[in-house]
Design a protein around this ligand. Sequence first.
Ligand SMILES: Nc1ncnc2c1ncn2[C@@H]1O[C@H](COP(=O)(O)OP(=O)(O)OP(=O)(O)O)[C@@H](O)[C@H]1O
Ligand SMILES: N[C@@H](CCO)C(=O)O
Length: 320
Amino acid sequence: MAVFTAVGLGDLTQWIKQFPLGNALALKGIASGIENSNFFLTTERGEYVLTIFENLSFQQLPFYLNLMRHLALRGIPVPAPVANDQGELVVPLQDKPAAIVSKLEGSSQMAPLPAHCAAVGAMLARMHLAGRDFPMQQPNLRGLDWWNETTPKVLPYLDDARAHLLRAEMHFQEAFHGCAPYAALPRGPVHADLFRNNVMFVGERLTGFFDFYFAGCDTWLFDVAVTVNDWCIDLNSGAIDVARARAMLDAYHAERPFTHAEHASWQPMLRAAALRFWLSRLFDFHQPREAEMLTPHDPGHFERILRERIATPAPELFHE
Ligand SMILES: Nc1ncnc2c1ncn2[C@@H]1O[C@H](COP(=O)(O)OP(=O)(O)OP(=O)(O)O)[C@@H](O)[C@H]1O
Ligand SMILES: N[C@@H](CCO)C(=O)O
């Protein structure tokens, strides 16, 4: 169970008084998730989610929580953080950073149809547009610099074929990140981890994006590529499902038309998005944090996706 910090209702009796939520009535640990301790919290004002951050610092968290607040205020369905009586969104609980956010209705759609992918694409575009005037800056902390730091840490664990693939892809991505079309890509705050398990649906109605704790400022196209690489693929082979990809990309394009620089960067960006998760999964698999990685995600899944994106061109972003 992904509750690394034990908290009981009694621990909240005094703590909750700093929030305009009344008394805490019930607290229930949430089993899924591998990064943080999450609880459903019922108070006199309603249903919330309490998160205790196990790895993120007090310095990094204001970016994520303020971004969620900014997006929620602009009508994007994301958990809205609750400020305490000092206006703070992140406060200590048992010596760790903690936050309370609104609870989204619905559940994750783990077998999405084109209609779900269209809803995600349209909302992703709306989220990117709504983030344009967000004033805080924080880079994507799992971007190219992190890939460069992480590659030498995982290479010793790889056989020759995988080591060759990783070195070659890093070389390719360095060149891509240095090219003119890349420099021209529109950027802003991105979610950067918008997998099936980070979106809520009720039927075909999208009710929320959540888990913004890998968000950062990066290219919007990277966000699209991460999302397509999870929502629009056959999970066994990693191959793109054209109907779902078309539905997502067309819906995004209708809200925020893709640019020509994005069109030119699409295939390498899909590879970048696959590499990012292959690397993080390799790192987590071979260097697990103490007791926290209950079931590390399979790195082989993103190795397959990367090989597939190299071998087979994906559907175009839009038809020129
Ligand atoms: N605001 C919310 N509203 C409703 N449910 C939520 C909310 N936040 C989290 N949850 C529930 O808690 C679960 C775990 O949350 P989350 O994915 O953020 O955890 P995590 O530890 O950061 O996980 P991971 O990084 O592995 O995805 C989610 O699958 C979801 O069911
Ligand atoms: N989405 C990530 C886990 C971190 O949220 C992965 O599947 O590797």
